[in-house]
Design a protein around this ligand. Structure first.
Ligand code: ADP
Ligand code: MG
Length: 288
């Protein structure tokens, strides 16, 4: 029964050369500097990367919260770089679910679990609201213990339960794309596994899932990882294999292990081999 009421058809994501700049007084921060990324409908992707690399900014752009300064962002049939503020608001209300970093930021402390989900459904336009699943079904989808915890406020829940409640709030509008920022951070192993199982159920229900994490072990559980470094996609991992990504300007970011022996500024000779392999040979001559 949950499978049908909460079932959805996921939407795909296309990013081309996405730039985002925080304009502060006196200086600007280029948080995204040309993100190229394709996510298929129904796919689950973990976004990895060091702190400050642009993961949360990219999530906010995909959420329709921040309009990119340049580039193309298309989610399903929505061209977010061109959309008006009103179109982006409707996109947020109907197509996308967002769980911000830190479960509590997504929850109203004086409402019960059930009321939190119901409250989130109020933002959905009236013409779509009657098709939404009842809150207990949304909570059951993410493995929230509906027997016993439905009428508890966030303060009466464990950290893992609060995080799954935050996911249920994000899913309240039956989105076709779920964005979750660090949903497993500061959880113990059991709670982390429960959150990952919740995300797997959401994907099984048809929804596209994008999760931010700084933990490579958590990321690997989603099947596909995308590593953001310095505001762009530096590497991808699929089924445990790591790949560097060639950027639109031809640049390649070396993996961390390779940087240990080739620090920034190292001269590399590039040798394309007949079999398609490309060898990078550091220049070790004296005086360098
Ligand atoms: P991550 O989520 O990977 O840690 P963020 O997307 O939060 O990275 O940040 C990317 C860059 O943008 C960082 O240099 C950060 O300092 C900067 N940044 C993030 N949010 C803001 C903001 N609200 N105002 C100014 N700079 C910001
Ligand atoms: Mg972040």
């Amino acid at each position: 029964m949950t499978a049908t009421a909460t079932a959805t058809s996921g939407i795909g994501v296309t990013c081309r050369g996405v730039v985002y700049i925080y304009r502060l007084e006196g200086y600007h921060v280029v948080a995204l500097s040309g993100v190229d990324l394709d996510i298929a409908p129904g796919e689950a992707v973990a976004m990895l990367g060091p702190s400050g690399s642009g993961k949360s900014t990219l999530l906010s752009v995909l959420a329709g919260l921040l309009p990119p300064a340049a580039g193309r962002v298309v989610v399903g049939e929505h061209d977010l770089a061109r959309a008006s503020a009103g179109q982006r608001r409707r996109y947020r209300a109907t197509e996308v679910g967002v769980a911000l970093q830190g479960a509590d930021r997504n929850l109203l402390p004086y409402l019960t679990a059930e009321q939190n989900v119901r409250f989130a459904q109020r933002a959905v336009p009236a013409d779509r609201r009657r098709d939404l699943p009842p809150p207990p079904e949304v909570l059951a989808l993410v493995g929230f213990p509906v027997r016993g915890r439905l009428r508890r406020c966030p303060a009466g829940l464990s950290a893992g339960e609060r995080q799954r409640l935050a996911l249920a709030v994000a899913l309240a509008n039956r989105p076709r794309l779920l964005l979750a920022d660090e949903p497993t951070t500061r959880l113990d192993q059991t709670a982390r596994d429960e959150v990952l199982a919740a995300l797997a159920s959401v994907q099984d229900a048809g929804c596209t899932v994008v999760m931010v994490t700084h933990d490579p072990a958590v990321g690997a559980r989603l099947g596909r990882t995308v590593t953001i470094r310095d505001g762009r996609v530096g590497a991808e991992g699929r089924r445990g294999e790591d790949y560097a990504v060639v950027g639109r300007d031809g640049t390649v970011q070396l993996p961390q292990e390779a940087l240990a022996s080739t620090p920034p500024g190292t001269l590399l000779r590039v040798h394309p081999e007949p079999d398609g392999t490309i060898r990078l040979a550091p220049d070790r001559r004296e005086g360098r």
